[in-house]
Design a protein around this ligand. Structure first.
Ligand SMILES: Cc1cc2nc3c(=O)[nH]c(=O)nc-3n(C[C@H](O)[C@H](O)[C@H](O)COP(=O)(O)OP(=O)(O)OC[C@H]3O[C@@H](n4cnc5c(N)ncnc54)[C@H](O)[C@@H]3O)c2cc1C
Length: 470
């Protein structure tokens, strides 16, 4: 061990204690690799501070020793943002020990939490108080508030409640020079200068470490009405989506879609699923209405709106969930789309978005382009019809185990189509280290320059999660 590292080690151990500075090989491996096991260099150690003051002290100590820091939450990010990049000489700073739900204010409708609070734990704690934090995603059992803020997570209810940036009122952040910015205010209106909190939403740990947040809460939904529809096309889903928004307005909480290809893969590989309707897709639309008003007859509202669609002949088949079990079964079909495809074998995932009105046109164009690159490639788009976010995922042609070396060309075709439709190459998963080169290609020089200037002004030594985002 060099003099440098033993000195750094000693000081980190003295600062954080045995439980706060981990060096065992098993721990370096566990924290050091990303969720998809695609990225991660071995870190010098894992820092697990227990307070904001300790985070600030770690940041200062790391700076003195020229060590980089990669902040880590639940490590469920899908673009390698939470682990070291090639050539980094750095540590991982895990927020896992900072997991206190500090307070819930039922008058303000806010919760103040430390960054390491796991999303599902927040949901559970709020349930008793008839309040809700309306962000939902498949990784909610592990993803932490700080990670969700730093990737500006979206999920299935973003069409109604927005993304994480819309749910954060205030933040406390440890900056790259070790200073603590306390902006953890519980204000909806606060125009005293730049909207600094928004800068850290989606910054992926490159501008500082989020240590505490004040989050917006909402009354818990007490009534839900959920329907699953089989439709002839995504264009029809788009039209019906707009019609339902016009008829059921503020009650529409989620509109999700998947296709027969994805359903068949999920039914083939995932246990406990059943075909939901007598008639097959080819496209399925899951619609959910929610309300906090117990007496509201949501089923009637949904039924009347859907009756008009059946009369117009736009719905092939459909059902409104008769009870909670059926509702959960509908949702599970949508949520098992990634798992069904994963278990089928090789896959390429793309998290892209287009404006809602151009979604069908984007999916058609991207499908044609992908088919031209690799005839027979199985195209499995699914996602959030309500906000235009598509997980445009691919499996090799039937009977083949790989993409015949065409992965890069396939991805390029899909990203080109998204951008040509005024969409984006990253809807809700961020850039991490996986998509930095892509962003360089698709973002304008002015936009890239603006981001670089922000990064350089806050972190001139480039020690905060280098190689991510910019
Ligand atoms: C099964 C599954 C389903 C998913 N579904 C969705 C979905 O529907 N919508 C969606 O948006 N995402 C989804 N994701 C992606 C992932 O869950 C989100 O990106 C989530 O926000 C990551 O949170 P995390 O705590 O795991 O962060 P991590 O993966 O640990 O970190 C993510 C990024 O944030 C940074 N970071 C973490 N904590 C902090 C902090 N306190 N301060 C500063 N920077 C920090 C890291 O450096 C990294 O760059 C899914 C992932 C999986 C595995």
């Amino acid at each position: 061990m060099s003099e440098f590292s033993s000195n750094f080690d000693q000081r980190m151990r003295a600062l954080l204690g045995e439980n706060g500075w981990l060096k065992g090989q098993a721990e370096l491996d566990a924290y050091g690799r990303d969720w998809l096991k695609r990225y991660g260099e071995t870190p010098i150690g894992i820092a697990r501070p227990g307070s904001t003051a300790e985070v600030a002290a770690v940041v200062r100590l790391a700076a003195q020793h020229g060590v980089t820091i990669s902040p880590q939450g639940g490590n469920t990010g899908l673009n390698g943002g939470s682990v070291l990049g090639a050539g980094d000489r750095g540590i991982i700073l895990s927020l896992a020990r900072m997991n206190r739900l500090v307070s819930v204010d039922p008058i303000d409708f806010t919760a103040t939490v430390e960054a390491g609070v796991v999303l599902a734990a927040l949901h559970a704690a709020l349930e008793e108080q008839l309040l809700c934090f309306p962000l939902h995603l498949g990784a909610e059992g592990s993803a932490q508030i700080g990670g969700l803020i730093s990737t500006n997570a979206g999920g299935s209810h973003a069409m109604r409640y927005g993304m994480m940036q819309d749910l954060v009122l205030g933040l406390e952040v440890v900056l790259p020079d070790g200073a603590i910015w306390n902006g953890a205010r519980a204000l909806i209106k606060d125009n005293a200068g730049y909207q600094l909190r928004r800068l850290f939403c989606g910054a992926e740990g490159t501008l500082g470490i989020v240590t505490r947040a004040v989050l917006r809460l909402f009354p818990a939904p007490r009534g839900k009405a959920t329907a699953l529809l089989a439709l002839d096309s995504l264009a029809t889903a788009q039209t019906i989506g707009a019609f339902l928004r016009a008829r059921a307005g503020e009650f529409v909480a989620a509109m999700e879609f998947f296709t027969e290809i994805g359903l068949a893969l999920a039914l083939k590989h995932v246990g406990g699923l059943t075909r939901p309707l007598e008639t097959a897709g080819p496209v399925y639309l899951l619609v959910e209405l929610t309300t906090s008003i117990e007496e509201m007859a949501l089923d009637d509202i949904l039924e009347r709106a859907l009756a008009a669609c059946f009369e117009a002949g736009t719905v092939v088949d459909g059902a409104i969930a008769a009870n909670e079990t059926q509702r959960a079964a509908f949702w599970r079909l949508r949520e098992e789309m990634p798992e069904g495809q994963r278990l089928e074998g090789a896959q390429i995932k793309h998290d892209v978005a287009a404006p809602v009105a151009r979604l069908a046109s984007f999916v058609a164009a991207a499908s044609t382009a992908a088919e031209a690159v690799l005839p027979g490639v199985r195209i499995n788009p699914f996602g959030h019809l309500g906000d235009g976010n598509v997980h445009f995922n691919l499996s090799p042609p039937a009977g083949q185990s790989d993409f015949a070396g065409r992965e890069a060309l396939l991805s390029e075709a899909i990203y080109d189509a998204a951008v040509a439709h005024d969409g984006t190459i990253s809807a809700e998963h961020g850039l991490g280290q996986a998509k930095v080169a892509l962003a360089n290609r698709y973002r304008s020089a002015t936009e890239r320059d603006l981001m670089r200037r922000i990064k350089t002004s806050l972190d001139p030594a480039n020690r905060m999660n280098p190689g991510k985002v910019v």
